[in-house]
Write a protein that binds this ligand. Structure first.
Ligand code: NAD
Ligand code: LMR
Length: 320
């Protein structure tokens, strides 16, 4: 059987990390694409030269022409700009929307059968626009954010409880912004929901609130430390997990920005919800029960994503 083909649209900090991870995991042959001449070619060559040491079989190549992504099974999109300290993700909307238009056209022409994972910010609006610009089926275009936000929540929880990361599960839903919704009731240590752990005296309500806020601010905390850009190791790991679930038909349940057509009362928008990812792409959106305060927080988050989609339409009326 021929190897899968993975196209990485954008070869910056996340793009390079994605390429390395995809190669190490032998997910397939990798094509790095970017408008910056030399960057995708240089990263491809560098990673290829690690193959003899790491022992992976994957062809690595770099390109500045969309024809190189022809027939890709998976496209992961990081093209665009990242924020710097003092900026919000939403400040990137105007510039990255134009990038999504170009990327959408490239994917439509050369990789119409691919599973497309968008990472570019502001995530929920960009994946929504990318699906419309590309015209690909809605179940084959998805946004990565929930896996990352949930992973950050898990990390902070494992530190608080001093337990293995393997015993922590967490779910963060909603838009990938300040209004994201970390769900304490659906997050657990060894299957024990967080509210029960408070009752058991393992932590306090106040400490848990602090962790939830740190999760919401997780991206900004790293931007402030790095000063020149945003997080890339954990975002790349998160998107590779999603690609792997598709390519290996794993049917894992992951929080992803998925197209909603009535689920959770939301129509024609992408918002973070639990999904099953398998060979069919987004095979199912899982509608979990939300209590009053969770629903209120989710609705607020959806409202903020809706505002960003409106801002996209104001720039590109053809998105309507
Ligand atoms: N969804 C998430 O959870 C999440 C997490 C981290 C970062 N991000 C976002 O991902 C994006 C990429 O982050 P990064 O750290 O890799 O940034 P980066 O600046 O290192 O890389 C972006 C790359 O895109 C390329 N590019 C710009 N315009 C392009 C175009 N029209 N066509 C093709 N390539 C183009 C640039 O040349 C650059 O190499 C940013 O928008 C960032 O905010 C999202
Ligand atoms: O915070 C950012 O700008 C990047 C990304 O969305 C993140 O959460 O790390």
């Amino acid at each position: 059987m021929a190897r899968n083909k993975i196209a990485l649209i954008g070869s910056g900090m996340i793009g390079g990390t994605l390429a390395h991870l995809a190669a190490l995991k032998e997910l397939g042959d990798v094509v790095l694409f970017d408008i910056a001449e030399g960057t995708p070619q240089g990263k491809a060559l560098d990673i290829a030269q690690s193959a003899p040491v790491e022992g992976f079989d994957a062809r690595m190549s770099g390109a500045n022409d969309y024809s190189a992504i022809e027939g890709a099974d998976v496209c992961i999109v990081t093209a665009g700009v990242a924020r710097k300290p003092g900026m919000s993700r939403d400040d990137l909307l105007g510039i990255n929307l134009k990038v999504m238009e170009q990327v959408g056209a490239g994917i439509k022409k050369y990789a119409p059968n691919a599973f497309v994972i968008c990472i570019t910010n502001p995530l929920d609006a960009m994946v929504w626009a990318l699906q419309k610009f590309s015209g690909l089926p809605k179940n084959k275009v998805v946004g990565m954010a929930g896996v990352l936000d949930s992973s950050r929540f898990c990390h902070f929880l494992s530190e608080e409880f001093n337990v293995s990361i393997e015993d922590v599960t967490a779910f963060v839903l909603g838009g990938h912004g300040d209004t994201m919704v970390p769900l304490a009731r659906y997050s657990t240590v060894a299957g024990i929901p967080l509210p029960d752990l408070i009752k058991m005296g393992w932590t306090t309500k106040e400490k848990l609130e602090e962790i939830i806020q740190r999760t919401r601010d997780g991206g900004a905390e790293i931007v402030k430390l790095l000063k020149t850009g945003s997080a890339y190791y954990a975002p790349a790991s998160s998107a590779i997990l999603m690609a792997e679930c598709y390519l290996k038909d794993k049917k894992r349940v992951l929080p992803c920005a998925a197209h909603l057509s009535g689920q959770y009362g939301v129509k024609d928008m992408y918002v973070g919800v639990p999904c099953i990812i398998g060979a069919g792409g987004i095979e199912r959106v899982i509608e979990i029960e939300l209590n009053k305060s969770e629903q209120k927080a989710f609705d607020k988050s959806v409202e903020s994503v809706a505002g960003l989609c409106e801002a996209c339409i104001a720039i590109a009326p053809n998105l309507k």
